[in-house]
Write a protein of this length. Structure first.
Length: 266
């Protein structure tokens, strides 16, 4: 009943979502994620959404505009918590849809879907204030089981962060272990953390202090070698909600408008 009201938009108050309900939701979602491969392969049509980062009302706006599952299929590119004030409600609603409609709702992992990031940037405090540290740890177990990459009809690569100098074939993604925390380097780290940079050629150091940046030449070479039409990623605030790169071979999506109430992105 609590989750039904959350889904209908009647109530968006994390304090009224009981601990037992959230734990059960996390356990069910973990089972669903572990039943999927690390590399999700889906068909079109499907709606791709960028980071929502705890902006529950933006998520509701998207669902109302496009239409809810199962009538409409979605692929979210990670970044569900930290930023807005309603990470619990945002994540819980998406997990509810995932459990109810596993073939119509696909959720990728982003860099904030980790214990280390959510501990620092707000989600830990939010869950602790409303429930307990144990509840936050259960959410982190869900994070550790989420897939990290998707292919749409074998032509559109979808990921939260970006490319990796270690990625040469899809079986590398398929063979990534789970459950797993996000390491400080390597393929999994890069898929969640790397960023495009129009000012460089090849690979460069990332100002975030994690992973790499990559130039337009890297995108062009990767798209060609892997037979792709497009790379779709999130991970960065972009003013218009989307931004193309590398002759429209890569697009960044960000779906939390007016991020944190201070950005003027749409």
């Amino acid at each position: 009943e609590e989750l039904r009201r959350l889904q209908s938009g009647e109530r968006a108050d994390a304090k009224q979502l009981s601990y037992d309900v959230l734990i059960k939701l996390c356990l069910l979602a973990t089972q669903v994620f572990l039943s999927e491969p690390m590399l999700i392969e889906v068909d079109s049509p499907i709606t791709i959404c960028g980071n929502v980062r705890g902006h529950y009302h933006e998520l509701q706006r998207i669902l109302n505009l496009v239409g809810e599952p199962p009538a409409n299929r979605y692929l979210f590119l990670g970044g569900y918590v930290d930023g807005g004030l309603q990470g619990i409600e945002t994540l819980s609603l998406l997990l509810l849809y995932k459990v109810k409609y596993p073939h119509e709702m696909f959720l990728l992992r982003g860099n904030h879907e980790s214990a280390s990031m959510s501990r620092i940037y707000g989600f830990f405090d939010e869950v602790k204030r409303c429930h307990s540290i144990k509840c936050w740890k259960q959410f982190c177990q869900v994070f550790n089981c989420m897939p990290v990459c998707a292919l749409i009809r074998g032509k559109i690569m979808c990921v939260s962060g970006g490319l990796s100098p270690e990625l040469h074939h899809w079986d590398q993604v398929r063979s990534l272990p789970r459950p797993v925390d996000v390491p400080d380097s390597g393929l999994l780290c890069d898929l969640l953390w790397s960023d495009p940079d129009s000012g460089i050629t090849g690979w460069g150091d990332n100002d975030r202090g994690v992973s790499y940046t990559f130039g337009e030449d890297v995108v062009a070479s990767f798209v060609d070698s892997m037979g792709l039409d497009l790379i779709c990623r999130s991970h960065q605030v972009v003013e218009d909600g989307y931004e193309f790169f590398a002759n429209r071979k890569l697009v960044t999506l960000f779906s939390a408008a007016n991020f944190k109430g201070s950005s003027e992105n749409r």
